[in-house]
Design a protein around this ligand. Structure first.
Ligand code: BG6
Length: 279
């Protein structure tokens, strides 16, 4: 079942319920803010303080950071691009079988987007909801000039407690530490004991988030980089849209094309970024 719904303040989203799972996708941002298999805890963290307000990204779920990740070269432009705060168009829904629903949303250039980023484009978000969550972001260059793209599916994962989790799959991978601005090499699994903000490079196999009672596997395609982020105590207090102790309940593992893993698209070329979440 696919239903178009509105929150009390008029904020629009699509609710998908099939035999495997329930998901909710906001039209603003093409933002998946809820996904849970029927017999399991929600996979995605969603802040209790999320405002669901037009022009402001939802805090949690999977913000689409596009067409740049982090700050643009022009620091007057919004962090993580404009896709997460733009209104997307619903294109289609298909109930492939009783257990799998496919949704497609689209974002194209507009007067507003051209004032921030002067390129014609089409961006398609394909989401498949079943006992896994599959998200594919297709960028098509409709302009006469090439453009550079950095991006991320900025997944916030719901965890039992930050002390209970670690991340496997990035041993011996190089990473850029955004806090020290240094290039480092990962030794072993990743545990969280302080603010962590890193872009891992040369990512070529699934990343596994190990929690007390479940593992979440993140498979990436069209991406060689992954961002690992937890704000920890001080930054969490400064962050908008989350409570002071929110950092205890989530870890971000972001399927990305970031840092030196940028994409150049010539006119008419396209790029596919795909993430499959299994738990
Ligand atoms: C992460 C960045 O991807 O997003 C962090 O690495 C940043 O540095 C975080 O703080 C949240 O960003 P925002 O714009 O959603 O507050």
């Amino acid at each position: 079942m696919v239903e178009f719904k509105k929150r009390e303040n008029g904020f629009e989203y699509i609710e998908i319920v099939n035999e495997s799972a329930t998901a909710k996708i906001a039209l603003q941002g093409g933002h998946i803010f809820y996904y849970a298999q029927h017999d399991k805890e929600p996979l995605l963290w969603l802040s209790d303080e999320s405002e669901f307000k037009l022009g402001k990204a939802i805090r949690g779920g999977i913000p689409v950071c596009w067409p740049w990740f982090g700050m643009s070269e022009d620091d007057s432009l919004p962090q993580h691009g404009f896709a997460r705060t733009s209104m997307w168009e619903f294109i289609s829904s298909k109930e492939k079988n009783s257990k799998t629903t496919q949704i497609t949303l689209k974002l194209t250039h507009s007067k507003e987007s051209l004032s921030l980023w002067n390129y014609h484009f089409e961006l398609l978000l394909h989401v498949s909801i079943s006992d896994s969550l599959e998200v594919e972001l297709k960028t098509i260059n409709l302009d006469k000039k090439e453009f550079k793209l950095t991006q991320a599916l900025h997944s916030y994962f719901n965890i039992s407690h930050i002390k209970n989790v670690h991340i496997k799959g990035l041993h011996v991978k190089p990473y850029f530490d955004a806090l020290t601005k240094k290039q480092c090499l990962q030794d072993g699994d990743i545990y969280f004991t302080k603010e962590t903000d890193r872009v891992y490079q040369e990512v070529d196999k699934p990343i596994i988030l190990v929690d007390k009672t479940r593992d979440i596997t993140i498979k990436n395609e069209g991406s060689d980089s992954a961002v690992i982020w937890n704000p920890w105590i001080d930054k969490c207090k400064r962050m908008s849209g989350m409570s002071d102790d929110a950092y205890l309940g989530f870890v971000c593992i972001e399927t990305a094309n970031a840092f030196n893993d940028f994409i150049i698209l010539k006119p008419q070329e396209f790029h596919l970024l795909k993430m499959i979440l299994l738990s």
